[in-house]
Ligand binder design. Structure first.
Ligand SMILES: *[C@@H]1O[C@H](CO)[C@@H](O)[C@H](O)[C@H]1NC(C)=O
Length: 252
């Protein structure tokens, strides 16, 4: 009996038809195995498995089929004598494994996404220091990030705490680092980020002016005050005009 499928692609196409058979399962598996990124030792392996038992395997390194059952040995023997079958299987190494490896390396292995970093003031929780800062790095890929606090360019270790790298559940991660300290005038505080998406560490300066939340409240409050003043002045002017008019009318 001759095996059905001389090449990986025809086999995959036929597979769905076979799996519709109730109770028996034929499984055709193609593997591209790489142990180094230069693809020097990439290996193409085909496995034919029936009801969980491997019947036959092709190994591109030896360019040979191997049988694991009476039927498998019989078929492997036939295929190993068939130059075009061997060449067909072997062609998947350059035609399938290598181009795909390059795509996977580029899009998964070397793929990086730079974090969005925010430095802000949060409520201080200790008695010892007046100020607590939070440096958050969001949506970076892959895992493996380092956050540092710099005071006038020098790393600060005292008063620093951080969360673990938290997995967002969508390939991305986030992390938060905190610094508790007592600010001095004229100093610069920065959060420094090291990540594979960045060629060199990137620093983010803390803006010690009023934090955004408070600033918004101040803007809204001031706008309200200005609006109130404008309305009262207009009202006052209107009142003055009207009352002078009234005085003028009876005296004429
Ligand atoms: C394929 O053959 C090579 C050479 O003998 C061997 O090193 C390798 O482990 C084999 N691969 C598999 C998956 O058995």
């Amino acid at each position: 009996m001759r095996p059905w499928f001389p090449s990986a692609f025809r086999a995959l196409a036929a597979l769905s038809a076979l799996s519709a058979v109730d109770g028996y399962f034929y499984h055709f598996q193609v593997e591209c195995r790489y142990s180094s990124e230069d693809l020097k030792d990439v290996e193409y392996i085909e496995r034919r498995i029936f009801n969980k038992l491997q019947d036959m395997m092709y190994n591109s390194t030896l360019n040979k089929y191997f049988g694991y059952s009476e039927n498998g040995v019989y078929n492997a023997d036939i295929w190993n004598k068939d130059e075009s079958a061997l060449a067909g299987a072997h062609s998947n190494l350059d035609g399938y494994c290598k181009p795909n490896a390059e795509l996977y390396f580029k899009n998964i292995l070397y793929h990086t996404v730079e974090p969005t970093v925010k430095v802000k003031t949060v409520k201080a929780s200790s008695e010892r220091h007046t100020t607590k800062l939070q440096c958050s790095a969001y949506d970076f890929y892959p895992e493996g990030i380092k956050l540092k606090w710099l005071r006038n360019g020098q790393e600060v270790k005292d008063g620093v705490t951080a969360t673990e790298e938290l997995y967002d559940g969508d390939w991305y991660h986030q992390i938060h680092s905190y610094l508790e300290f007592t600010p001095q005038s004229g100093e610069t505080i920065e959060c420094q980020v090291e990540h594979s998406s960045l060629k060199q560490p990137k620093t983010y300066k803390w803006d010690p002016s009023v934090p955004e939340g408070t600033r918004n409240k101040v803007i809204i409050g001031t706008s309200g005050l200005v609006l109130g003043l404008v309305l009262s002045i207009a009202g006052f002017v209107y009142y003055k005009k009207k009352s002078t008019g009234r005085i003028l009318v009876p005296s004429s």
